[in-house]
Design a protein around this ligand. Structure first.
Ligand code: PMP
Length: 369
């Protein structure tokens, strides 16, 4: 090779190396991390191409299903445990107890294994078998209990609290009302979105709430950082009271429950208190729209996510239509569909919920179970 060709090749390689180190610094995959907890967060921000074209906006979705425990709740789990440690509530070998629809439990089970704690999970018996199995495979002691309302003393959260109090060296991490959950999103998810949109080039953030940690934390961070320019919006499933709270200032249930697991809320948790007033508006999402989007994301984008992610994306596209062309809207892909596949991809289950008819003919080839 001539001297000139060698120097050209070197220049090309230098440019490629520079481009690669830029890309990896944005997603955070570029450096070694310390154990499971070091790998939490720093997820990619994916542009949803078809929906962006369709709406004339940039619809961007944070791929939390790529977190090492597989969901957005890894972040909360890690900060809840860090908070318990910082406050001296748990010592080596201790037990973490939580009430959860599953994903926080899975995040906690991973964190507990990696830090040497025991993990006990109380969950409503309405949740998918896949989540229960995974928790058990991660060594958690899973206790499914009847799904009763929060004001019933047998609610899974109260049972978790009582059990933790009965043990020595144990903590109830209390994801709904412990604001270490929201803090995780103020300190990580919000700043990542800011950086990944080239220093805050976005107009709105929208997502659903379970505990409210993600919505409140990200909205707080983006609102403060942009001096109120970036709006926070709530995406809400049937059965939740928050849609009316945000839109009309009144707590009132809208609809009768939903197929979306892990979201929808009947009260203002501590994680939402204060910050729910920062939220600009709410979009109500029927199950028919969520299930349709599960299949569209799979077919059009090759993205395999659960119903809460699909609900978020549908709400983001509705918000795009409301805000008008040219806007950038960010949402969350909370977890993968693996956790729900026996339901979401089962013809019998979909028919039993009256949802098969909302999956267009050409997408029904994905209904394989
Ligand atoms: N999606 C899924 C699948 C979840 O499990 C949860 C949390 N339960 C959420 C969304 C909502 O997250 P947050 O608790 O931060 O409101």
């Amino acid at each position: 090779m001539s001297a000139r060709a060698t120097s050209t090749l070197r220049a090309v390689l230098r440019t490629r190396v520079a481009a690669r180190s830029y890309a990896t610094s944005v997603t955070g995959y570029g450096r070694e991390v310390e154990g499971f907890v070091g790998a939490v967060g720093n997820t990619p921000l994916i542009r949803l191409n078809r929906l962006s074209e369709e709406t004339g906006c940039n619809i961007l979705a944070k791929a939390e299903f790529m977190s090492p425990g597989g969901s957005v709740k890894d972040r909360a789990a890690l900060y809840l445990v860090k908070d318990a440690e910082a406050q001296g509530l748990i010592r080596p070998g201790g037990t973490v107890v939580e009430g959860t629809a599953g994903n926080t439990g899975i995040g906690l089970a991973h964190v507990c294994r990696s830090k040497g704690y025991q993990c006990v999970i109380y969950m409503p018996d309405t949740q998918s078998q896949e989540k229960i199995d995974l928790l058990r495979m991660l060594g958690a002691d899973v206790r499914p209990v009847p799904a009763v309302a929060f004001d019933n003393p047998q609610n899974y959260n109260h049972q978790a609290k009582r059990y933790a109090e009965s043990l020595d060296n144990a903590v109830w991490t209390n994801q709904f009302d412990n604001t270490a959950n929201r803090e995780a999103h103020i300190l990580t998810t919000g700043p990542e979105i800011w950086e990944q949109t080239d220093g805050g080039k976005l107009d709105a953030f929208i997502c659903a709430t379970g505990t409210g940690g993600t919505l409140a934390g990200v909205t707080r961070y983006l609102t403060e950082k942009s001096n109120g320019r970036v709006q926070g919006w709530l995406a809400d499933p049937p059965g939740s009271v928050l849609y009316h709270l945000v839109e009309n200032g009144k707590i009132a249930r809208e609809g009768n429950g939903s197929i979306t697991e892990g979201i929808g809320q009947g009260r203002v948790t501590n994680n939402l208190k204060g910050d729910i007033s920062l939220v600009t508006g709410a979009i109500h999402v029927p199950d028919s729209a969520s299930i349709n989007m599960v299949y569209r994301l799979l077919h059009e984008e090759g993205i395999y996510v659960g119903a809460s992610s699909a609900l978020n994306v549908w709400a983001a596209s509705e918000l795009a239509r409301k805000m008008g062309k040219g806007k950038t809207i960010v949402t969350i892909l909370c977890d993968g569909a693996y956790r729900y596949q026996a339901r979401l991809f089962s013809r019998v289950w979909l028919e039993s919920k009256g949802l098969l008819q909302h999956i267009p003919e050409h997408l029904q080839k994905y209904v394989v179970l």
